[in-house]
Ligand binder design. Structure first.
Ligand code: NOJ
Length: 570
């Protein structure tokens, strides 16, 4: 996520009064700040994740087609330092090494995404199926299963085939529904005997808002006030269609589950005694997660979105709302199309009411009539937008429970980044703290009765962070992108997370308090290894290039010398 998004936080305030005021919220009473020692239910699933464009590299190899991200990242000025994910972590070639890392951490699952243009290079099944792409995912899935790691597979993590963008306008066009369904159907056919957890879309909010409204993400369109709503409308329809395809054609044979992964920050009212702030905070969450979750669980867009966008459209003199409408058949077709809900959560905002007069310049953001605020005391170690506010996680999970009938939840993304510094430090103290506190809030939510089944740390590796390029590192493992072999180095949080996994939670104070110290002991030796990396890669270059060249030259010289000798003799 970008700096622009951060700048949308119009004010940064010291919210001392508000922090203490919000202590009254029911399910967090008496508990905010206090640590809960306890463990997760047996069978709780632990893992980490990544996505195709962010990690695979091999952008033009083995018959892969271009995605909108390949094209967008190659345009100058779109990505920080004009980085691209052409090579990124080279996950396409190094997945076996990565599975070894996961095995060592005793992961129960790994979340990754399938690149649509790696399977259908031109986006369309009738055009061409790329068997080499299929083989890559087959090998990845098989090796995960051989190591007892369950694959959780996302079908769309933002990498639409470029051809579909050029020919049809991408998600602005309803024809994507059928094209995406064809792609999903092929994945079910070819991988569904082994994959039992499918995520149709990852964080469609970003695809819609950043792809078609602000233009910070691929395909980079700035269709303010309409683009995001239209894209989201088609994405929701596509999700429902794919769920029905699985339900009618594959479920009885394959016995898997199909869900969607929604990203949501929590929105807390600035003043919990002020009704307008309470409503503004509710609106924030409804315009974020509710936009997608409400149609899928309850059959239609949140009433508050229909009211606000409808009213503003009328004030603009438009005959119809900028928010598209589902027909009654569509509503019943979409309702109930979620076997589990994936939640991506990173941070929280304070929210207060603010009226934006309608007129020219309407956008998704002004439609909400609110302002986002942050408390400057919240830790903010990495990405500008990511403040560590663990209690927001518990509130969000409880919100999901009450709003959508306590669905089965998998946390599909949660983690924190660091900005690239000149001296890399693998002793990521703040990440250990973040995981400790956020996972603890998830445990509290479980005790509140929220149906959370698994947790996915974001992310396994440092990787391409969209418009921020490689400048923000979310990985448990540090990746040296300057070295062509892209070596991985464990950060201290690897050890920490490993202990959470092996204890299935936080057994007792004495033990948990020793974890950080133990993790920090090992990271200093990793730091030394990393510091020696330029030397190691130099030596590797010597062995890979200089040694063979010198040897070949020696052999040639010896041959010439021998020829001379032999000539003299005869
Ligand atoms: C959500 C996106 O799904 C993921 O790809 C990204 O790395 C994280 N946000 C962090 O920005």
């Amino acid at each position: 996520m970008s700096l622009q998004r951060m700048l949308k936080l119009h004010y940064v305030l010291v919210l001392v009064l508000c922090v203490s005021a919000s202590e009254d919220f029911d399910w967090t009473k008496n508990e905010r700040g206090s640590f809960y020692y306890g463990t997760f239910p047996t069978g709780f699933s632990w893992g980490a994740g990544g996505s195709a464009y962010q990690t695979e590299g091999a952008w033009d190899k083995d018959g892969k087609g271009m995605s909108i991200w390949d094209v967008f990242a190659h345009k100058k000025g779109k990505i920080f330092l004009n980085d691209t994910a052409d090579h990124s972590c080279e996950g396409y070639y190094k997945f076996k090494d990565d599975i070894t890392l996961m095995k060592d951490m005793k992961f129960n699952h790994y979340r990754f995404s399938i690149s649509w243009p790696r399977i259908f290079p031109n986006g369309i099944k009738a055009d061409h199926i790329n068997e080499k792409g299929i083989k890559y995912y087959d090998d990845l899935i098989n090796m995960l299963l051989d190591n007892n790691i369950t694959p959780i597979v996302t079908l769309y993590h933002w990498d639409l085939p470029q051809v579909l963008q050029e020919k049809y306008g991408g998600w602005q066009n309803v024809s994507m529904v059928n094209y995406f369904n064809d792609f999903a159907n092929l994945c079910f056919e070819r991988f569904g005997d082994r994959v039992k957890y499918w995520v149709t879309f990852n964080n469609p909010w970003s695809s819609a808002v950043e792809g078609y409204e602000t233009g910070e993400h691929a395909p980079g369109l700035k269709l303010r006030g309409t683009g995001a709503y239209k894209a989201a409308h088609h994405i929701i329809k596509a999700h429902a269609k794919v769920w029905h395809t699985y339900d009618t054609q594959w479920r009885s044979k394959q016995k898997g589950l199909v869900g969607i992964s929604l990203l949501a920050d929590w929105g807390e009212p600035v003043d919990i005694t002020n009704q307008r702030d309470i409503e503004a905070a509710e609106r924030y969450v409804q315009f974020y997660m509710g936009w997608f979750a409400t149609p899928i669980f309850n059959g239609d867009y949140p009433q508050v979105m229909k009211d606000y966008i409808g009213r503003k459209s009328a004030q603009q003199g438009l005959g119809t709302s900028r928010l598209p409408v589902f027909s009654s058949q569509e509503k019943s077709y979409i309702k109930g199309t979620c076997d589990f809900l994936g939640i991506g959560h990173f941070t929280t905002r304070y929210i207060t009411q603010k009226n934006y007069p309608s007129g020219r310049g309407n956008s998704y953001f002004t439609d909400r009539d609110l302002v986002e605020l942050v408390d400057p005391r919240w830790p903010d170690p990495g990405s500008e937008w990511l403040y560590s506010v663990p209690w927001g996680f518990r509130r969000l999970l409880n919100f999901v429970k009450t709003q959508y009938g306590n669905p089965m939840i998998y946390v599909t993304e949660n983690g924190v980044s660091e900005k690239v510094q000149r001296c890399t430090d693998l002793c990521d103290d703040w990440r250990m703290q973040y995981f400790k506190d956020y996972i603890n809030e998830m445990l509290k939510a479980l005790k509140d009765g929220v149906n959370v089944k698994g947790y996915t740390a974001w992310s396994l590796l440092d990787k391409f962070e969209w418009d921020e390029g490689f400048s923000e590192r979310f990985g448990l493992f540090y990746v040296d992108f300057l070295n062509k072999n892209k070596p991985r180095y464990p950060k201290a949080s690897v050890q920490y997370y490993k202990r959470i996994i092996s204890s299935n939670g936080f057994p007792n104070q004495r033990e948990v308090e020793s974890w950080k110290r133990k993790a920090t002991e090992t990271c200093s030796s990793s730091n030394q290894l990393l510091a020696a990396d330029p030397l190691t890669s130099h030596m590797e270059m010597v062995t890979e290039i200089v040694v063979p060249t010198v040897c070949t030259l020696c052999i040639l010289l010896a041959a010439v010398f021998l020829m001379f000798l032999l000539r003299g003799r005869f």
